[in-house]
Ligand binder design. Structure first.
Ligand SMILES: Cc1cc2nc3c(=O)[nH]c(=O)nc-3n(C[C@H](O)[C@H](O)[C@H](O)COP(=O)(O)OP(=O)(O)OC[C@H]3O[C@@H](n4cnc5c(N)ncnc54)[C@H](O)[C@@H]3O)c2cc1C
Length: 390
């Protein structure tokens, strides 16, 4: 088989890239290791920046988002019971975010892909990129016991943090920067109305908590837990008890409990690989970087990579200019590092770092006091939260 762009991974990065390229008349095949149902069953992000919403519009995948997405004009920071609303719209000249689950974004992109008859090969085993530094880039994979090869002009590695694309690059050609945090987030999804109309990020002496939602009837709640904890240690009742303890009292009273639809622990990590281009291979999304979810940047950062990469590829095929793809790595990384900074900073301010001592704890309190007393400080948070411009 031959295609123009072979995309590895059918997560949001790969699907969005495929759809934007298809809209521009560029042929792309997606190879995905898992089944479509498995990809759709992963519960992940849910806060969309305007930049991602606009890309989904361009991809022709925003009808349901516009009907069902919840536009949020603010969110709340809580610190040991004190609360401060960050008014996103007032502080950013009317901007906002949209709450709409990553699962729904993925479903809309998959449906759009199916509707125009583009090729996605699910349950592809041993996907391997070849000769991306040479003149015959191609990707091999096995399906139903038979090995296949796809010849292409370019390979887009959109296969997440554990994917094969980044691992295929020679060690000397890539620099990797990483911070692993000594805790994770235990998340619970339940069909209960959210305790608050807007998200609440809560610092508490027992650990961080986040009251989030996917719709007006579905809540997504998180608590900071040690990495040694196992999901089996946390019954739904134990989760809700702990979650309530960490929220401001009036919000805790509004928490409605219900059986979990999903419960999982995600470790927190900051990670960036540089550069993002190796000959004919590009890295995008979680394949290239990871942020801790405090700040809701992971999915949005994947989208900004796709924006730069798709524009570069479209420019290449339409105008014969390699300028966009040559600049892809530096343009994307400039934005990635800023989102890394914001996510690291939000994580540092809001979580319990017991080993860091009393001084660090007072610094967190000073950060919060500053935010509550300075419009400039609140504006800095707001402009990062709604998303820096592409
Ligand atoms: C548990 C969890 C919770 C999260 N919660 C949040 C959140 O609350 N807010 C937020 O903003 N972000 C969150 N994120 C981050 C966000 O979900 C990611 O940034 C986003 O999914 C990135 O999309 P992607 O397409 O780049 O990568 P992925 O979504 O990881 O997709 C990569 C795809 O590649 C496939 N793949 C992997 N290896 C191969 C291979 N060898 N061959 C072929 N295919 C392969 C995978 O199966 C997957 O479908 C969370 C992430 C995780 C893991």
């Amino acid at each position: 088989m031959r295609t123009q762009v072979c995309i590895i991974g059918a997560g949001p990065s790969g699907l969005l890239l495929g759809q934007l390229l298809a809209k521009a008349g560029i042929d792309a095949v997606i190879l995905e290791a898992r089944s479509a149902d498995y990809v759709l069953s992963r519960i992940r992000a849910g806060v969309l920046e305007t930049g991602l919403v606009e890309l989904l519009e361009r991809a022709g995948c925003s009808d349901r988002l516009k009907k069902e997405g919840l536009v949020h004009h603010g969110f709340c920071l809580a610190f040991d019971g004190r609360a401060q609303r960050i008014n996103l719209s007032d502080l950013t000249g009317g901007r906002s975010v949209v709450v709409y689950g990553q699962t729904e974004v993925t479903r809309d992109l998959m449906d759009a892909r199916a509707a125009i008859g583009t090729v996605t090969i699910y349950e592809a085993e041993d996907v391997t990129p070849h000769d991306f530094d040479g003149s015959r880039p191609r990707v091999s994979y096995r399906k139903d016991g038979i090995t296949h090869e796809i010849e292409c002009d370019f390979i887009a590695g959109c296969d997440g943090f554990h994917g094969v694309s980044r691992r295929s690059v020679a060690g000397a050609a890539i620099a990797q920067f990483e911070r692993a945090y000594p805790f994770g987030w235990l998340g619970l999804l339940a069909d209960v109305p959210p305790a608050s109309e807007e998200l609440i990020y809560a610092h508490h002496e027992r650990g961080f908590a986040l009251a989030s939602m996917r719709s007006t009837t579905r809540s997504r709640y998180y608590i900071q837990v040690p990495l040694t904890n196992r999901v089996e240690d946390w019954s739904d009742d134990r989760f809700f008890d702990e979650f309530r303890r960490r929220l401001p009292e009036d919000v805790a009273e509004r928490v409605v409990t219900g059986p979990s639809l999903e419960k999982s622990i995600a470790p927190l990590r900051s990670f960036v690989a540089e550069p993002l281009r190796f000959g004919k291979l590009f890295l995008a999304g979680d394949a290239a970087h990871i942020v801790p979810p405090t700040g809701a940047k992971g999915l949005n950062l994947a989208a900004s990579d796709v924006h730069y990469l798709s524009s570069g590829l479209i420019e290449y095929y339409r105008e014969g200019s390699a300028g966009g793809i040559d600049n892809y790595s530096s343009r994307a990384l400039a934005r990635i590092w800023k989102a890394e900074r914001f996510s690291w900073w939000m994580t540092s301010m809001l979580h319990q770092f017991h080993e860091a001592g009393d001084f660090a704890a007072r610094m967190q309190l000073a950060e919060f006091d500053y935010i509550t007393s300075s419009t400039a400080a609140a504006t800095t948070i707001a402009e990062n939260y709604v998303g820096l411009p592409f």
